[in-house]
Design a protein around this ligand. Structure first.
Ligand SMILES: NC(=O)c1ccc[n+]([C@@H]2O[C@H](COP(=O)([O-])OP(=O)(O)OC[C@H]3O[C@@H](n4cnc5c(N)ncnc54)[C@H](O)[C@@H]3O)[C@@H](O)[C@H]2O)c1
Length: 370
C-alpha cells in the first residue's frame, strides 16, 4: 500500500509533506535530494535506543543518494532535552564542519525531534531539518508543527524556537519495536486530538480502540493520519500560537505537566499525566464552562478503553497549583486551561486559583476514596 500524504500548508513556500506508512524511511535520501538539492551532508540525531534499531537503515537510504552522513547519538529519555546535550550536538556538527547546506534529521521520539529541531534552528543561524518520528507520540504530534526546544531546571520546554521541518517521514514499521508503555503515551495524544476534533473521530477511536491496542496496522495508520490532518490544520491556522487556535493542543497538559514535574519525571508517563489532565479539565469544564456530565463520562470511557486508567495516587493540591503557576500556561498570574465544552469544542480561559484549588481538592479526595 502506498504511503499516505498529509500536507502542512504554510506561507512563503514553507509547506511540507508528512508521509505515513511502512518503509517510507527507505525513500529518505530521495526526499533530501528532491527538497534540498544543494545538500551533500546529513547529520542524523538519534537516541541510544532508536539509533541501533533504525540508524543503519536511515544511513543506507541517505548514502544511496550519495549523501554523507554523520551520526550523533544522544542518551534516550527526557534528560537529553537539555542545554548540555544541545551544546554537544552543536560541537559535533561544527567539528564535522557541516555548513549551511547541511540537513539535520531527527530519528526517534519527541525528545529527538524537539532537540534536533532546536539544534537545526540555531546552528549557523538555521539549517534545514527533517523528522523521522519513531514513537506514536512523535508521529501524531511532536514531529509536526515546528515547536522545538529543551528543558531548563525551572521547567519543561522553556527555551526553544519555531522551526518547521522540510519533511516528516513517519515510517509506521518502526513502531514494531515501540515499548507498550510508549504506545499508551501516544494514545493519550490521540484521544486528546479526537476530543478536540469531532464526534466522527471520537466515536471512530472509541470503536477502534481494541484494534488499536492490538496494533492493527491499518487502524494505527488511520489514527496517525487523522491526528496529523487535525494538527496540520491547526498549525496552518495558527503557526506560532498567536490566534488562540493552537493553544487547544494543550488540552490535558496544564495538570499533566504539573503532575509530571511534582512527581519527578518518569513516575508517571507523559501520556498518563495528560490523560489525567484531560479527566480533570473535563470536570473543571463541567463546573465552569458548561460541559455535560455525559461528555465527562464519554471521555472517561474512551481513556479507559485506550488503557489510560485514572492514576492511583494524588499530589498535594497546593504543590500542583504552584507548579502550574511556573508553567508557560500561566498568564497574568492566572492559570490557563483548555476546557472542552463538548466533543469538538473548547475554550481556552484563565481559571481563578480558588476554583482550581477546590477542584484539585476534590480530585485528591477521589484518589483517597478509590
Ligand atoms: N514539539 C511538539 O509539538 C511536542 C508535542 C508533544 C510532545 N513533545 C515532546 O515530546 C517528548 C515526548 O516524546 P516521546 O513520548 O516520543 O518520548 P521519547 O522521545 O523519550 O521516546 C520514548 C521512548 O521510546 C523510545 N523509542 C522511540 N521510538 C522507538 C521505537 N520505534 N522502538 C523502540 N523504542 C523507541 C525512546 O528511545 C524513548 O525511550 C516530550 O519531551 C514532549 O515535551 C513535543
Amino acid at each position: 500500500m502506498s504511503a499516505t500524504r498529509v500536507v502542512v500548508n504554510l506561507p512563503d513556500q514553507r509547506s511540507y509533506d508528512v508521509r505515513i506508512g511502512p518503509r517510507v524511511l527507505d525513500g529518505l535520501g530521495r526526499k533530501v535530494r528532491e527538497l534540498l538539492p544543494s545538500c551533500s551532508h546529513v547529520a542524523v540525531i538519534g537516541d541510544a535506543n532508536v539509533a541501533p534499531l533504525y540508524g543503519a537503515r536511515a544511513k543506507e537510504a541517505l548514502n544511496q543518494e550519495g549523501l554523507s552522513v554523520t551520526e550523533i547519538t544522544v542518551p534516550a529519555g527526557e534528560d537529553s532535552k537539555s542545554l548540555a546535550v544541545l551544546a554537544e550536538i552543536w560541537q559535533a556538527l561544527a567539528s564535522k564542519k557541516l555548513d549551511r547546506s547541511c540537513c539535520i534529521v531527527s530519528l526517534g521520539g519527541g525528545v529527538a525531534s524537539d532537540l534536533a529541531g532546536f539544534a537545526a534552528a540555531a546552528y549557523l543561524r538555521g539549517v534545514a531539518c527533517i523528522h523521522v518520528p519513531t514513537s506514536l507520540l512523535a508521529m501524531v504530534d511532536a514531529s509536526v508543527g515546528g515547536k522545538t526546544g529543551v528543558n531548563l531546571p525551572a521547567g519543561k520546554n522553556l527555551v526553544g524556537a519555531f522551526k518547521q521541518p522540510a519533511y516528516v517521514c513517519a515510517d509506521t514499521a518502526t513502531l514494531a519495536t515501540l515499548p507498550e508503555r510508549e504506545w499508551t503515551c501516544g494514545w493519550a495524544e490521540v484521544a486528546k486530538t479526537a476530543v478536540l476534533d469531532s464526534d466522527e473521530f471520537f466515536f471512530w477511536l472509541d470503536g477502534a480502540s481494541a484494534q488499536l491496542r492490538a496494533h492493527d496496522d491499518d487502524a494505527v495508520r488511520e489514527a496517525i493520519t487523522r491526528c496529523v490532518v487535525f494538527k496540520a490544520d491547526v498549525v496552518a491556522r495558527d503557526e506560532e500560537e498567536t490566534q488562540d487556535v493552537r493553544a487547544c493542543l494543550n488540552l490535558g497538559h496544564t495538570l499533566g505537566h504539573a503532575l509530571e514535574a511534582c512527581t519527578g519525571y518518569g513516575t508517571c508517563s507523559h501520556g498518563e499525566a495528560v490523560a489525567e489532565g484531560m479527566r480533570f479539565a473535563a470536570r473543571l469544564s463541567a463546573a465552569v464552562a458548561g460541559a455535560s456530565l455525559e461528555f465527562v463520562q464519554a471521555q472517561d470511557e474512551l481513556l479507559d478503553k485506550l488503557g489510560l486508567e485514572p492514576l492511583p495516587f494524588s499530589v498535594p493540591p497546593r504543590e500542583l497549583l504552584d507548579c502550574m503557576h511556573g508553567d508557560k500556561k500561566a498568564h497574568d498570574g492566572q492559570i490557563l486551561f483548555v476546557l472542552p465544552t463538548d466533543i469538538g469544542s473548547w475554550e481556552v480561559r484563565p481559571v481563578a486559583d480558588d476554583v482550581v484549588l477546590e477542584h484539585l481538592d476534590a480530585w485528591a479526595r477521589s484518589k483517597e476514596q478509590a
